[in-house]
Design a protein around this ligand. Structure first.
Ligand SMILES: Nc1ncnc2c1ncn2[C@@H]1O[C@H](COP(=O)(O)OP(=O)(O)O)[C@@H](O)[C@H]1O
Ligand SMILES: [Mg+2]
Length: 326
């Protein structure tokens, strides 16, 4: 479940405490596959930093190197000034990591698992019990606390995973896709929990596939694709670069799609993207008030549109815009 089982307390933050993480040119290869291809990350202490990218982008591999679980093939990184390779023990004493999937003792209850982790971290039995009670309350797991874990839902497991990583509140916490696959309500609960945690002063590095999640939680975001950071900035900066929304138009007759794309471009003043197979046209939409003008222009050409949709920017659109590919 958590990988911070080494006793904590030895190290205090090192010399470069204004940066919780300073990574330069990190590389990790698995055979021919360069999973992480020169990643730079500067994470200010006290912030929530989002690493946003699709499946396979290299998020977990990056986190694993920063958390001393994998050795970089090239580049270097420090955590509070400690080198992740040379000072791995010090780094481990300052971090907490939650896995993408919890793996814990299924026959033990949530409470027993938390107490066990507390004991493994070197806490006394009574301190472990007290901390378990606090965490069960914080994560709304009190009712289920004494049921065996095999009866837990995915959302409850995820909350327990996060709880376990907070038995000692680490100065730096890695949350690797804490809400992937959760239903919207549980996601929202999880966001609340993460906000509480940040309010307590931890620095958080959060990986996610969801732009809205990074938007909700992160002070700064790095967009990662194919092992590279392709954009970074605040959520607002990224949104401005991808447009506030996306307009999707599907003409009844696919043969009209290229005309639709041309009209969309001239009316909206944005480069439209035509997806040939789907006969669908998408365009960034900065000004919703121009949509009626576009519809009128289409009607003047006798083009009937089967489907018209306005969507908030998603990770897909960020990628489409930043990388120029579908
Ligand atoms: N232990 C491993 N052995 C071989 N390939 C791996 C291993 N871990 C990850 N990869 C590969 O590295 C790439 C990045 O994976 P990962 O870091 O897990 O991405 P993400 O967390 O963004 O989904 C993928 O192509 C994945 O298949
Ligand atoms: Mg991953």
């Amino acid at each position: 479940m958590t990988t911070t089982l080494a006793a904590r307390g030895a190290a205090t933050p090192g010399p470069a405490t204004d940066l919780a993480i300073d990574a330069r040119g990190l590389v990790k290869r698995f055979g021919d596959n360069t999973a992480v291809d020169g990643v730079d990350l500067q994470v200010p202490t006290g912030s929530v930093y989002g690493v946003l990218g699709p499946n396979g982008a290299g998020k977990t591999t990056t986190v694993s190197m920063l958390a001393t679980l994998l050795r970089p093939d090239a580049g270097s990184a420090t955590v509070f000034g400690y080198d992740v390779v040379d000072d791995a023990v010090a780094v481990r004493s300052l971090i907490g990591v939650t896995g993408q999937y919890a793996s814990v003792d299924e026959d033990l209850s949530a409470r027993q698992n938390l107490v066990l982790f507390g004991r493994l971290l070197g806490k006394s039995r009574s301190a472990s019990k007290a901390r378990a009670d606090e965490l069960l309350a914080d994560f709304a797991l009190e009712e289920a606390a004494d049921r065996p874990l095999k009866d837990f839902s995915g959302g409850m497991r995820r909350r327990l995973d996060l709880a376990a990583s907070l038995i000692d509140t680490p100065p730096l916490l890695f949350l690797d896709e804490p809400t992937t696959g959760l239903d919207p309500r549980t996601r929202a609960q999880m966001w609340e929990t993460i906000r509480k945690l940040v309010a307590h002063g931890s620095t958080v590095l959060l990986t996610t596939q969801y732009l809205d999640e990074a938007d909700q939680l992160a002070d700064r975001i790095a967009v990662i694709d194919r092992g590279r950071v392709i954009a970074d900035g605040t959520a607002d900066e990224l949104k401005q670069s991808v447009g506030t929304s996306t307009l999707t138009l599907t003409p009844v007759d696919r043969a009209d799609a290229s005309t639709v794309a041309e009209l969309a471009e001239s009316v909206l003043g944005e480069p439209a993207v035509l997806s040939a197979e789907a006969g669908r046209v998408t365009a960034p939409l900065h000004r919703q008030d121009l949509v009626p003008d576009l519809l009128i222009a289409l009607r003047e050409r006798d083009i009937t549109v089967d489907e018209i949709a306005v969507s908030k920017p998603s990770l897909d659109e960020v990628f489409l815009t930043i990388t120029g590919r579908d």
